[in-house]
Structures are given as structure tokens and as C-alpha cells.
Write a protein that binds this ligand. Structure first.
Ligand code: CMX
Length: 435
């Protein structure tokens, strides 16, 4: 058993007992009520899931195991040679172990993932069999499904593993998947946008640094961006479409590959992760229509009104839970102010931030007029030359493996059952409450 697994293993027994005792003491407490309207409104505001790794507060934003993003920027280890941004290995450790890691623990994770990172050749063949024009998220999901031949959980289940040990092969699958995704994602990027000129991994680099390297970006600042990007996109509590899909599918004892692919299909929706590409597409088409340069506030306002009048959403704004500017947006804005304050796209993104909230508020129906994570991420990537925006959601997806896989290991360790919420019909509700 590797040291990381041993460390996790030492926590399992106590956590199982803790949860069991808690349910036996408080299992009958009532934590909320369900209104009829919530059944028609995407179950907003219903506490219905356990997600140990992070919690989203509408006003304050995300906290990972209790820590805000600025706190994590302070506390999580960064690169020893003067790095400022948190290493994603650190947030994974925090989410899995509920402890802030030290430098040694982060280095151990980097090395562990580097050792696990070899992608079998058939995965590349599966990706190569798709037309290059297939959306990168389609290629990503195909690659993940092809990786499934490696599932240790599926093998162990077939051989009759005892349920108390489910978490063990799940841990192996989760770690292998996290280790291999950057290679799969970079392969897709180089295949589609760089004539299939692939770049070999450098096992001496950290996980995000190596990802940047395989994408073809060896600039240190871009590597720092990738570390921040992977950290802030890693988790957003349990109810968002991608995290929930992974959890739901995983609850049927589908292995990590099946479950993560399900989550990625959800992330590929334009109201969720695909919004990061849509933001750049929207900004570029606004700029084209206005003849280039930095649009005025009035021009942006007119373009927003036209978007709304055409029955479309303004991508990158609004949120199902948040009611303030997303701290993930703030963290990216700070990165831009530190590294590229005069970048034209940054100035456009900033001006959009000054204009859009008032316009969305004026509709009288948008519950959160403030920007979310996707309103900023594309601009940072564009600045360093990663301009192929159809690829952006794949980056989000690689990052999401950290939170969803940490959760999946815990779900198996706690023996959570298959998900099966009830549904009803409008006719039955009418019978109950009147027409
Ligand atoms: N532009 C235009 N209209 C918007 C809007 C936006 N950015 N955000 C919300 N609305 C509209 C909704 O479409 C809805 O309209 P109808 O009543 O006509 O259906 C109304 O305002 C009320 O919606 P809401 O309760 O405020 O928002 P929801 O919880 O239903 O949806 C979200 C949340 C994110 C899907 C929505 O704000 C949206 O579509 N935003 C743009 C897409 C986006 O940026 N998605 C990324 C979210 C972050 C992520 O998951 O990555």
C-alpha cells in the first residue's frame, strides 16, 4: 500500500464510526422543507446530498474543507522556486485527508501521479478514430471511456471483492484517472490544434506544470496560471451538474471512469462548464461586430441588450447558488491585475463586469447578476496564446477530477448507498393540493 493510501486508510475506520453514530443520534432531525415550486425549479435550495470536500455559501462563495480561496493561496504549498500559486496536489490532499499538507506530502503526490501517468496506446487510437472536428469534450469523454479498460474496481468487483474494501480499488482508479487525464487532454489539444505534434511528459514536473508543458506552454507564468486554474476549478460542493452526475452514477457502483465520464458529459453543457468557451465566443463576436478594439460601456450595454432580446443568456454571469461575485472570478482577476493589467481582453472583461450586473438586475428575474468563474478564465488563457476556446472546458474537466474523485473515494469508504430520490407527477400534486 503506498504511503498516501495508508494515510487515508488510517482515517476510514474513525470516519465510518463517526457518521454511523451521528446518524443514530440525529437521523430523525428535520433539516428543511420542500416546496412544490422546488420540484419544478431544479431542486434549488434542497439540502439533499453529502459532499465532504467543499461547501458553497451563497454570499461568501466556496470553502474547501472550511478554507476560502485566499486562505488556500496563503496556506497550501506552492513551487519551491518562488512559486506563488497553490499546487493542485495540495488541494487534493486537503479534500481527501481534511488536512493542509506540507511540502513533502505534496511532492509525494506529484511523484505518485507521475508514476501512474502512463496512458495505454489504445486510448490514443480511440481518440484518433474521431474526426478532428469532433468537439474536444467529445474526444475527452471518449478517451476517459477508453481508459476504463484499466479499472481496478471493475476487476475487483468481478472477482467478488467484499463491500468493506470497495474504497481500495476506487482509490487506485481515482489516482490513476487524475494522473492520466492531463496526458489525454494534452493529446487532444495537440492533435486538433498542433498537427498532432505531441509533447512527451516530463515526470520531474508537478502535475499542473507538466500539463502546461504537454500542452506546449513552457512559460513559468502559464504554469503558475495552470496551478491556480486547477485548484480553483477542482470542486464546487456536491449539487452542481458535473459533481452530482459523478456521485449519482458512482452510487450504482459504476467505477471511476464511468462515473467521471458522466460528469464530463454534464460539464459539456453550455449552462455549466461550456460557459467558459461561450464567454470568449461572445466577447469575440461582440468585438468583431463593433470593429475591434476596446468597446465603450454603452456599446457593451447595447450588445448585452441584444443578446437578451435574442432570447440568449449572457455567458459567465449568474449562478444557481451564488449571490455575489464568485471568489474564483476574483482570484483570476487578481492574477490578471498582477500579470497583465494592460491586456486588451482583460480590459474588456473588466468593463463587462462594470456593465452586465445592472443590465441583468434590470430584467427583474435574474437572481444573481454577478460574474461566475467562467467569465474570466478564457481571458487568462488567451493572454498566453491558448486561444482555441473550444478546448477550454477540457481544462475545467481535468481540474474537476480532483474534487469528484476525492468524493468518490469517501463515498465508497462510507458505504453510501445507491441514489434513488422519489419523483411525483403534476396530477398527483394537484390531487393533493387542489387544481
Ligand atoms: N443571462 C440571461 N439570463 C439569465 C442569466 C444570464 N447570465 N442568468 C439567469 N438568467 C435568467 C434565466 O435564464 C431565467 O430565465 P427564465 O425565467 O426566462 O427561464 C431567470 O434568469 C432566472 O434564473 P436564475 O434563477 O437567476 O438562474 P438559474 O439558477 O436558473 O441558472 C445559470 C443559473 C448559471 C444556469 C444561469 O445564471 C445562466 O444561464 N448563466 C449563464 C451561463 C453560465 O455562465 N453558466 C456557468 C455557471 C458556472 C458553471 O457551472 O461553470
Amino acid at each position: 500500500m503506498d504511503k498516501i493510501k495508508e494515510h487515508f486508510s488510517s482515517k476510514v475506520g474513525e470516519a465510518q464510526k463517526d457518521v454511523k453514530d451521528f446518524i443514530s443520534q440525529h437521523g430523525d432531525e428535520v433539516i428543511g422543507e420542500i416546496k412544490v415550486s422546488q420540484l419544478y425549479q431544479g431542486m434549488r435550495g434542497m439540502p439533499a446530498l453529502i459532499c465532504e470536500t467543499s461547501k458553497l455559501d451563497p454570499e461568501e462563495g466556496i470553502r474547501f474543507r472550511g478554507y476560502s480561496i485566499p486562505e488556500l493561496q496563503e496556506k497550501l504549498p506552492s513551487m519551491p522556486d518562488g512559486g506563488k500559486e497553490p499546487l493542485p496536489e495540495g488541494i487534493f490532499h486537503l479534500m481527501l485527508m481534511n488536512e493542509i499538507p506540507g511540502d513533502d506530502e505534496v511532492r509525494r503526490l506529484s511523484n505518485n501521479w507521475a508514476r501512474r501517468s502512463i496512458v495505454p496506446p489504445h486510448v490514443f487510437k480511440v481518440i484518433d478514430s474521431l474526426p478532428k472536428s469532433a468537439h474536444p469534450m467529445t474526444q475527452f469523454v471518449a478517451g476517459i471511456m477508453a481508459l476504463r479498460t484499466e479499472s481496478e474496481f471493475a476487476r475487483a468487483y468481478r472477482h467478488g471483492i467484499h463491500k468493506s474494501e470497495y474504497w481500495m480499488p476506487t482509490y487506485e482508479d481515482a489516482m490513476n484517472l487524475i494522473a492520466r487525464l492531463p496526458r489525454v487532454a494534452a493529446y487532444i489539444y495537440r492533435r486538433v490544434y498542433h498537427n498532432g505534434e505531441h509533447i512527451e511528459p516530463d515526470p520531474k514536473l508537478d502535475w499542473a506544470g507538466n500539463f502546461a508543458h504537454m500542452l506546449g506552454f513552457d512559460n513559468d507564468e502559464f504554469k503558475e496560471l495552470m496551478r491556480l486554474y486547477m485548484t480553483i476549478h477542482s470542486d464546487h460542493e456536491g449539487g452542481n451538474v458535473s459533481a452530482h452526475a459523478v456521485k449519482l452514477v458512482g452510487s450504482a457502483l459504476s467505477d471511476s471512469y464511468l462515473s467521471f465520464a458522466a460528469g464530463m458529459n454534464g460539464l459539456a453543457g453550455p449552462l455549466h462548464g461550456l460557459a467558459n468557451q461561450e464567454v470568449i465566443r461572445w466577447i469575440l463576436s461582440m468585438r468583431d461586430e463593433l470593429g475591434g478594439g476596446l468597446p465603450s460601456k454603452e456599446q457593451i450595454a447595447n450588445y448585452c441588450r441584444k443578446t437578451l432580446a435574442d432570447g440568449k443568456v449572457i455567458p459567465g454571469f449568474g449562478h444557481a447558488v451564488l449571490r455575489k461575485t464568485d471568489p474564483r472570478y476574483e482570484a483570476q482577476r487578481k492574477f490578471a491585475l498582477d500579470h497583465m493589467p494592460h491586456d486588451e481582453m482583460f480590459l474588456i472583461v473588466s468593463r463587462i463586469y462594470e456593465v452586465v450586473p445592472d443590465i441583468l438586475s434590470a430584467t427583474g428575474k435574474v437572481k444573481n447578476p454577478w460574474p461566475n468563474v467562467d467569465a474570466h478564465s478564457g481571458q487568462l488563457l488567451m493572454h498566453y496564446g491558448l486561444t482555441e476556446y473550444d478546448f477550454y472546458t477540457v481544462l475545467f474537466g481535468v481540474a474537476r477530477s480532483l474534487g469528484t474523485m476525492a468524493n468518490m473515494i469517501w463515498d465508497r469508504a462510507l458505504g453510501l448507498p445507491i441514489e434513488r430520490p422519489g419523483s411525483t407527477t403534476t396530477a398527483l400534486l394537484k390531487d393533493q393540493f387542489g387544481k
